[in-house]
Design a protein around this ligand. Structure first.
Ligand SMILES: Nc1nc2c(ncn2[C@@H]2O[C@H](COP(=O)(O)OP(=O)(O)O)[C@@H](O)[C@H]2O)c(=O)[nH]1
Ligand SMILES: [Mg+2]
Length: 328
């Protein structure tokens, strides 16, 4: 075994040793091959790894993992919404997850460090949003699982690398999504339901804004695209604009937060009821208690702009921040 292999290699090798399925072994081996330095001393090892990789791939084809096994590309939704970090390799998706949540992804400057989705919870004001780090869009191994995950997500953060031209990256990403019948909605565009097509809202985040080379690309990105998509430049490493990013993420979720209030008592603003935009007082009541939908007579409302305890009917459409007193 050649000396001075990087620690990441050792970690991947450990994952390989512990892997129980062929799929897991393939992932670990590909990672090892991506990390291993190429020189005379490693030639033999690389050849061995390649051979083993093709054996495991063959094996995996012949004996696909049984259905009992848990699919790592299915991420159970938690919190108010599930938002995916997607993009090309090295944009900083994993770094963004690390900066926004408590999750501990592997972050490194070689491509394909992230092979499986990894969730983490992000606090935004009084709610928790689930952020999910994902493998890059052109990862063949991840392909079908990844695009299924994207189809079921509530929204996306499309991560761009500001050290390179962003228009090219945007075109590539949109093309990859489009090939899988996933369309990104433009600003102001209504959510559509069309057979066989998946419409998603997304924030475009140009990352690495801390770097000097990023400045010109950031300006160009804002100039060209900010009229079309929600967009901003951030630095996940230096915590630049991350609060703005959180706001933008909440903004594309198409959800409202409403609060219950008992007569004569203040509302509990720590515990919102989270509903899709367009929800009514009746939808709100149904969330609080099944019976309320039958028994509800009217509601009083305290909103941001007007309605000082004003009476509203069951079909009143909620706005973010509404406080509601239900009367039965
Ligand atoms: N300067 C700078 N580098 C970053 C930033 N975010 C990530 N990186 C670096 O970019 C490389 C790729 O990051 P990673 O999160 O693994 O990218 P991923 O492939 O999209 O998950 C790593 O070397 C990171 O340290 C940032 O905000 N600023
Ligand atoms: Mg990554």
């Amino acid at each position: 075994m050649p000396a001075n292999l990087p620690p990441q290699y050792k970690e991947a090798e450990e994952r390989y040793r512990r892997a129980r399925t062929n799929e897991e072994k393939v992932l670990a081996l590909e990672e090892m091959l991506a990390i291993i330095p190429h020189h005379k001393g490693t030639d033999k090892l690389i050849a061995q790894l390649r051979k083993r990789l093709s054996q495991h791939k063959e094996e995996a084809k012949r004996r696909p993992s049984t259905s009992r096994q848990i699919d790592p590309f299915v991420v159970r939704k938690e919190g108010a919404a599930q938002v995916l970090l997607v993009g090309l390799p090295n944009g900083g998706k994993s770094q963004i997850l690390a900066s926004l949540t408590n999750a501990l992804p592997i972050i490194a400057d070689y491509p394909f460090t992230t092979r499986l989705p990894l969730p983490g919870m992000m606090k935004f004001e009084n709610i928790q949003i689930q952020m999910v780090d994902t493998p890059p869009l052109m990862d063949e191994y991840a392909e079908s699982g990844l695009f299924n995950l994207i189809r079921s997500a509530d929204a996306l953060v499309i991560v761009l690398d500001l050290t390179e031209d962003c228009r090219t990256q945007i075109e590539l990403v949109l093309e990859e999504l489009d090939r899988r019948r996933i369309r990104i909605l433009k600003k102001g565009e209504e959510k559509k339901t069309e057979l066989g097509l998946f419409y998603k809202r997304a924030v475009f985040a140009g990352n690495k804004a801390d770097l000097q080379v990023a400045q010109a690309h950031c300006r160009k990105l804002l100039e060209e695209f900010s009229a079309i998509y929600p967009l901003l430049c951030i630095s996940a490493k230096e915590n630049l604009n991350l609060d703005e990013l959180k706001k933008d993420i909440f903004g594309i979720l198409d959800t409202v937060r409403a609060y219950t209030k008992a007569p004569g008592k203040p509302a509990d603003l720590q515990d919102p009821v989270i509903l899709p935009q367009g929800s009514t007082i009746l939808d709100f009541a149904a969330q609080i208690h099944k019976d309320f939908t039958q028994r509800l007579k009217f509601a009083r409302l305290w909103g941001k702009e007007k309605y000082n305890g004003q009476m509203v009917q069951r079909d009143y459409v909620l706005k973010d921040g509404d406080i509601i007193e239900l009367h039965t």
